[in-house]
Design a binder for this molecule. Structure first.
Ligand SMILES: Nc1ncnc2c1ncn2[C@@H]1O[C@H](COP(=O)(O)OP(=O)(O)O)[C@@H](O)[C@H]1O
Ligand SMILES: [Mg+2]
Length: 309
């Protein structure tokens, strides 16, 4: 089954599309069959980054039932092993997907035969964005080093985490227990996961342990993009620390990606930055982020197969 990597940011312009395109291209170059999907339907432009100026088909063909399977909307890109589903819409009304449509996309998405599927998500904490984080235990979050972007990314990560907890609690195993926990202590809510878990553990140690394991299975990652020389290189690690302290959520920092004016040139030429400017700090950083991501996945895989010991 594919590893699905939803990539989101709190703010438009942080570089989600650039990172999805670049990381997908690097994964394909490593020999992984990779699919990049543009789910930012209001501002779809992944096709341009991937050098496919006029995609023959797009997600709208699936949503409007012009094709019956999501797999039929996949188009190839100039790069070997790299495929995409464009979000370019003829009809802008569809920018906000109805819940049913989204669930249909998700149901089809998880069955597609790729090694990696990267999702380019819209900005912010709208339900449109959050639901796509639920398809996977892996979520990649992108921010720039600006305080406003950092504020927004913190809000997005918190919203995704709470939504994942809510989804776990909404299963028959935990539903009654969560209700009992809140009756015992009104502060034991989703928005207070530490306390909620402690009360649930007290009520039912076995299920409490199960829930703790489930919450620990979320592997969130952070990338700081458009890092300039004058920016503090430790901002990413600091954000992760704050998140783990305030939300009790482990989030791994994958690295900084340097700002480079030539990203603009690559976009204008509709070519891949990693091909046009391979010897830049930015490409070096992208490769490092990918290496960190792959080694974290390998570690997670090992722990899941053989336990933590
Ligand atoms: N590392 C970078 N260096 C320089 N410019 C960048 C970098 N990453 C993204 N950009 C530029 O920032 C703008 C927004 O990037 P984009 O990927 O479209 O963001 P988003 O998808 O988050 O809205 C684009 O003009 C892009 O060329
Ligand atoms: Mg974008």
């Amino acid at each position: 089954m594919a590893i699905i990597l939803p990539l989101g940011g709190g703010k438009g312009g942080s570089g989600k599309t650039f990172l999805v395109g670049s990381l997908a291209a690097l994964l394909a170059r490593e020999g992984f069959r990779t699919l990049a999907v543009d789910v930012d339907l209001g501002a779809a432009n992944l096709h341009t980054i991937l050098g496919v100026p006029h995609p023959r088909l797009s997600l709208s063909d699936f949503l409007n039932k012009r094709v019956s399977s999501l797999a039929d909307t996949v188009v190839s890109t100039p790069a070997p092993l790299l495929f995409m589903i464009s979000g370019a819409m003829n009809n802008l009304d569809i920018a906000n997907l109805a819940h049913e449509q989204k669930m249909k996309v998700i149901r089809h998405l998880v069955k597609l035969p790729y090694d990696y599927i990267l999702l380019d998500l819209g900005a912010g904490t709208s339900f449109n964005t959050l639901d796509f984080f639920l398809v996977s235990d892996y979520g990649v979050f992108v921010t720039t080093p600006e305080p406003t972007a950092i504020e927004n990314i913190y809000r997005l990560i918190r919203a995704v985490y709470f939504r994942k907890i809510r989804k776990a609690l909404d299963t028959h195993r935990f539903r009654n227990l969560a209700r009992e926990a809140e009756e015992r202590n009104p502060l034991a809510k989703v928005t207070n996961p530490d306390l909620l878990l402690a009360v649930i553990r007290d009520l039912d140690p076995e299920r409490g342990e199960q829930l703790a394991r489930e919450l620990a299975s979320f592997h969130f990652k952070l990338i700081v993009n458009q890092q300039r020389k004058q920016d503090n290189p430790h901002i990413g690690a600091m954000i992760c620390k704050i998140i783990s302290r305030h939300l009790d959520l482990k989030i791994d920092f994958l690295g900084n990606v340097a700002f480079d004016d030539r990203v603009h040139n690559a976009v204008c030429k509709a070519g891949l930055f990693i091909d046009l400017y391979p010897f830049t700090q930015t490409v070096h950083d992208l490769r490092q982020c990918l290496r960190n991501l792959l080694s974290l996945h390998a570690e997670t895989d090992r722990c899941q197969r053989y336990g933590n010991g």
